[in-house]
Design a protein. Structure first.
Length: 330
């Protein structure tokens, strides 16, 4: 275990969805920086494997098997940290999964479960931690994994996009509510080659060309999940006490800070009510000026020009040809 610059010594951390990918990388790096870590995963075998890796490197960790989308499991996870380490300083919400489904294709069950694991799971662990921090008046660090898919709106995974956008709102609300208790709450939107990323169209194209999924060849490349972890370490440290309610990006060897949403154009009514005809006259040169109905999702930039919108359109054509009882095209 590298003892140089242990920025999280004497801290206790919880990482959800830490059995592989980004969560595993974060748990390992938190431990390398001196934190005691609870490794959560729905697969107990995966959680224990990461704990073994951490302990073999000289770190401190325990495993927790559970589904944070269930309130009882999330409460038990936070309680495990407190009963094992006697404190809780850091919570990293990373658990989640996705299945393809556009606004036309997504099923009720897929939408509900993806939102349950991502958004409700983040809420469950965040609430349990926040209650402890407020009760003990102890400072804390809450770091929630979001996605460019939730910021830009990935067209092929509507439930995932909705859940991740919801986590941003949850995080900002928590930041406002907990600022008086020296608790900071931030989001990280990572781009890395994980098993979840393997489910994207761009990854399928990679597999068809090379015979290997991006997650299988990510180590040591710009898409290595390990690149996300150092930013999480910083946000989890005492040095980040001035940062809360923010969204950061982590893509390879570049970290970014997102601008806050702000009004960029305005139109004001004359008098005390709106004139509808005036809207039709003025919106094109004010609120609607320069806007277009199409845009290129950010994954278009990865490994060549991939136009996801064309694939979405083709899925609509399939549904038109074979309408299902649950999706009827007019």
């Amino acid at each position: 275990m590298n003892t140089r610059g242990q920025h999280l010594a004497n801290k206790a951390a919880v990482v959800t969805g830490a059995g592989r990918g980004i969560g595993r990388a974060i748990a390992r790096e938190l431990a390398a920086q001196g934190a005691d870590v609870v490794v959560n995963n729905r697969s107990g075998d995966a959680a224990h494997a990461v704990v073994d890796e951490i302990r073999s490197a000289g770190g401190s960790a325990v495993a927790h098997q559970g589904d944070v989308g269930r309130t009882s499991d999330a409460d038990q996870l936070i309680e495990l940290a407190l009963s094992t380490w006697g404190r809780l300083d850091i919570v990293v919400n990373n658990a989640g999964y996705t299945v393809p489904g556009t606004i036309v294709e997504a099923t009720d069950d897929d939408f509900d479960d993806i939102v349950r694991v991502h958004l409700r799971g983040t809420f469950n662990t965040s609430r349990a931690a926040a209650r402890h921090w407020v009760r003990r008046r102890a400072c804390g660090r809450l770091i929630n994994m979001v996605s460019r898919g939730g910021i830009d709106g990935v067209p092929t995974h509507v439930a995932y996009a909705a859940a991740k956008a919801g986590i941003i709102g949850l995080t900002r609300s928590a930041a406002s509510a907990l600022v008086a208790y020296d608790v900071t709450c931030n989001c990280v939107a990572p781009t890395a080659a994980t098993r979840m990323f393997d489910g994207m169209d761009v990854s399928r194209e990679h597999f068809e060309r090379t015979g290997r999924w991006p997650s299988e060849v990510a180590e040591g490349t710009a898409m290595d999940p390990a690149h996300v972890a150092p930013l999480v370490v910083y946000l989890a440290s005492e040095a980040a006490a001035n940062i809360s309610g923010r969204v950061f990006g982590a893509r390879g060897l570049t970290y970014t800070l997102y601008n806050e949403l702000e009004e960029c154009a305005s139109l004001t009514a004359d008098g005390e009510r709106w004139d509808v005809d005036r809207l039709f006259d003025d919106v094109p040169t004010t609120l609607g000026r320069g806007l277009t109905p199409t845009f290129s999702y950010y994954l278009d930039e990865i490994d060549g020009p991939v136009r996801l919108h064309h694939r979405v359109a083709s899925s609509y054509d399939t549904l038109k040809a074979s309408p299902s009882p649950s999706v009827r095209m007019q």
